[in-house]
Design a protein around this ligand. Structure first.
Ligand code: SF4
Ligand code: SF4
Ligand code: SF4
Length: 231
């Protein structure tokens, strides 16, 4: 069964990407708005399976691996600090501070501001797509405010990625394949707000000891001292 997970995910990603141009296919944002309540229970499937910009970064990364470009990963302890950037940006965006500051400080007209933001947005997107050639999902990891706004709702989800310590051989493959650099091997139940439910850890575990399932109170909550997967 697990060998079908990634091909199915790929087909769904393709479907939503095609939805950007084909009117009879679903559009990611519409679906995202309808299913956001599910994030409270099952986590952020939107990011791992639906979001076209997340998909683009996955595919560029996949091509880069196929042509053997060098790949970089920040050590987890630094990554977790840098990842806070997107939550910081999310905080700013909820207060609209950046826009207000620039507007009041430089007295730009609204149309100039909007044009400037469009230009900055476009350049930032292209830069992050280029960076995907060398590291997994850079925009999702460090910059995406939308991903942060979804992730914060998912941290107490009852369904998620559970690891069976009894079967685990501590090969760390799950850590290696996780595009969001979450230390899966050192936790029993992933609650990290950055988890995008891509199921790469489930698909690649050689001992089948990672499953997406309902948390069992006794095992995963009481015994898990690393509650939010911070190393
Ligand atoms: S983090 Fe942002 S860009 Fe990445 S998949 Fe989620 S919504 Fe899309
Ligand atoms: S990939 Fe599986 S066996 Fe290897 S460390 Fe992760 S959970 Fe354990
Ligand atoms: S923990 Fe597993 S499901 Fe979550 S982002 Fe990492 S690889 Fe994907």
């Amino acid at each position: 069964m697990k060998k079908y997970i990634q091909p199915i995910r790929f087909l769904i990603q393709i479907g939503f990407m095609a939805g950007l141009v084909l009117p009879f296919l679903p559009i990611a944002d519409n679906v995202g708005q309808k299913i956001w309540i599910s994030i409270l229970f099952v986590g952020v499937f939107f990011c791992g399976w639906i979001c076209p910009f997340g998909s683009l970064q996955d595919w560029i990364g996949w091509i880069a691996k196929k042509i053997h470009l060098p790949r970089f990963k920040l050590p987890v302890k630094y990554q977790q600090s840098v990842q806070l950037l997107r939550y910081f940006l999310y905080g700013l965006s909820t207060m609209n501070i950046v826009f207000y500051f620039l507007n009041s400080r430089f007295f730009f007209s609204h149309s100039v501001m909007v044009g400037l933001w469009d230009w900055i947005n476009g350049s930032v997107m292209v830069a992050f797509l280029a960076a995907s050639l060398f590291t997994d999902r850079p925009f999702c990891n460090y910059f995406c405010v939308k991903g942060a706004s979804l992730g914060v709702w998912s941290v107490l989800r009852p369904f998620g990625i559970a690891r069976d310590e009894n079967k685990c051989i501590h090969c760390h493959l799950c850590d290696k394949v996780c595009p969001m650099n979450i230390p899966v091997e050192s936790t029993n139940f992933v609650r990290h707000p950055n988890c995008i439910n891509c199921m790469q850890c489930v698909s690649n575990c050689p001992k089948d000891c990672i499953k997406f399932k309902l948390m069992t109170l006794k095992k995963e909550i009481i015994n898990d001292t690393n509650l939010f997967n911070i190393k």
